[in-house]
Design a protein around this ligand. Structure first.
Ligand code: PEP
Ligand code: MN
Length: 339
């Protein structure tokens, strides 16, 4: 932390700031220039509100040097985190992992058909919501545990892993036997009680960015999970809300290289929710891989026109096959492969 004092700050004001910093647990190194005093503070362990310092008399500006997220920050594991699964799939390594499937689990026939489709095209993980966070309480809310059983069966038949959204703490134990990755949705990114509980389980979590969350907030939410000892966290950009109304959300591709710089955690892209328009999902998926994404989450449905949720952004099986072929060309151009 660097505190730059105003040119006209008095010695008493400087001393007051030094005392505040020491009270917070910092060791303070003072540099007195011709006009300005600079205080370099190092070593405090606990978090505090920077504004406490900014409002002190004589302070011009406070600069944070170290990130407020310790476990999620790059320096915790500069070599990067690879989330490993029992079947040899790795997220965060050289190969980009594609997770694909419908928005919601709707029936056994649907899941078997989609599992076959996505596995044939090269996906390694099947997605599908059994508990759905819908904007309207009157929309389809998901099949619950029955849906999880169906998805596990379909995924196992085609050698796929399973990712599904957990919406509340009571669902964690119910989901444990059926899934490989807990998806934490955009709406729950700051459900800190849920994040803490996911921190206690020993199963990977994919944490989506909230619709109005900064990247720092996303990383602090990851910190909640990691603070509990669960270090297998995959972050995910899924579009944020902006003033643009043509697309469902604005897919913030820039989040991908920024997160890769700030954090050691793998970063995924979800272009389906990111843009929300079927024929624009493939170009955004390509862009996410070109930008350095470690995984993609893509909605695919065997009959999107009849889907119970997010049909308009779900790819037809042939579109998904074509996208996978394109990704296999793009990935090597940026030094990656498709898992
Ligand atoms: C989903 O993946 O279907 C979903 C509801 O995602 P999000 O939390 O990004 O809206
Ligand atoms: Mn969806």
């Amino acid at each position: 932390m660097i505190v730059a004092m105003q040119d006209l700050a008095t010695e008493a004001e400087v001393q007051n700031v030094v005392e505040h910093l020491m009270h917070l647990g910092f060791e303070v190194h003072r540099t007195t220039g011709v006009r300005q005093t600079i205080l370099a503070a190092v070593g405090a362990r606990r978090e505090f509100d920077m504004r406490e310092l900014e409002v002190l008399a004589g302070v011009q500006q406070v600069y944070r040097i170290s990130a407020p997220y310790k476990l999620a920050g790059k320096s915790f594991r500069p070599e990067g985190t690879i989330v490993k699964f029992k079947n040899g799939v790795e997220v965060g390594g050289n190969a980009v992992v594609v997770m694909a499937g419908p928005c919601s689990v709707e029936s056994r026939e649907q899941m078997l058909a989609v599992a076959e489709t996505v596995a044939r095209s090269g996906a390694k993980v099947m997605r599908g919501g059994a508990f759905k966070p819908r904007s309207s309480p009157y929309s389809f809310q998901g099949m619950g545990v029955e849906g999880l059983k169906i998805m596990r069966e379909a995924a196992d038949q085609f050698g796929l892993l399973v990712i599904s959204e957990v919406m509340e703490i009571s669902q964690i134990d119910l989901m444990m036997p059926y899934i490989d990755i807990f998806q934490i949705g955009a709406r729950n990114m700051q459900n800190f009680n849920l994040l803490r509980e996911i921190g206690k389980v020993r199963k990977p979590a994919l944490l989506k960015r909230g619709i109005a969350a900064t990247l720092e907030e996303l990383l602090l939410s990851a910190e909640y999970i990691m603070a509990g000892g669960n270090y297998d966290v995959i972050l995910c950009e899924r579009g944020i809300r902006t003033f643009e109304s043509y697309t469902r959300n604005t897919m913030d591709i820039s989040a991908i290289p920024v997160i890769k710089k700030l954090s050691h955690l793998p970063m995924a892209g979800d272009p389906s929710h990111g843009i929300g328009i079927r024929n624009k999902v493939p170009p955004m998926a390509c862009a996410a891989v070109a930008a350095g994404a470690d995984a993609l989450l893509i909605e695919v449905h065997n009959n999107p026109d009849k889907a119970l949720s997010d049909g308009a952004q779900s790819l037809y099986p042939e579109q998904f096959a074509k996208l996978m072929a394109q990704l296999k060309i793009i990935a090597p151009a940026v030094g990656r492969t498709i898992a």
